[in-house]
Design a binder for this molecule. Structure first.
Ligand code: ZN
Length: 109
């Protein structure tokens, strides 16, 4: 990949895909607590190239906004991963985004 392509990919991630990833995270964390490592492989499975250095700050940002809550299993030992789940506020955001995504898709599809 040359420098131009790298810049283009970074712009696409920053301007558009970050939002998609947040929607994925909120969606999956509704179904049950998720850990960062699982979320990374899930997003890669969807074809996104996400690095831990991008994902973890994003998870913590969603938590600061009150859309995710996290906990570490107290019985999990020193390496127990932080687990994130979607809060009621996050679910409300997800419902709103879902409606707007449907509408957007109908327009551009
Ligand atoms: Zn997904």
């Amino acid at each position: 990949m040359n420098g131009d392509e790298r810049e283009e990919r970074k712009a696409l991630q920053r301007e558009i895909l970050l939002g998609f990833w947040k929607v994925h995270i909120l969606h999956h964390a509704v179904e049950g607590p998720v850990v960062g490592q699982w979320m990374l492989s899930e997003l890669r499975h969807h074809g996104y190239e996400v690095s831990p250095g991008t994902l973890y700050p994003l998870l913590h940002r969603l938590e600061r906004l009150g859309w995710l809550a996290s906990e570490v299993d107290p019985g999990g030992g020193p390496k127990a991963p932080r687990r994130f789940r979607t809060t009621p506020a996050g679910k409300a955001v997800l419902a709103k985004v879902r409606r707007q995504l449907h509408e957007l898709l109908e327009e551009i599809d």
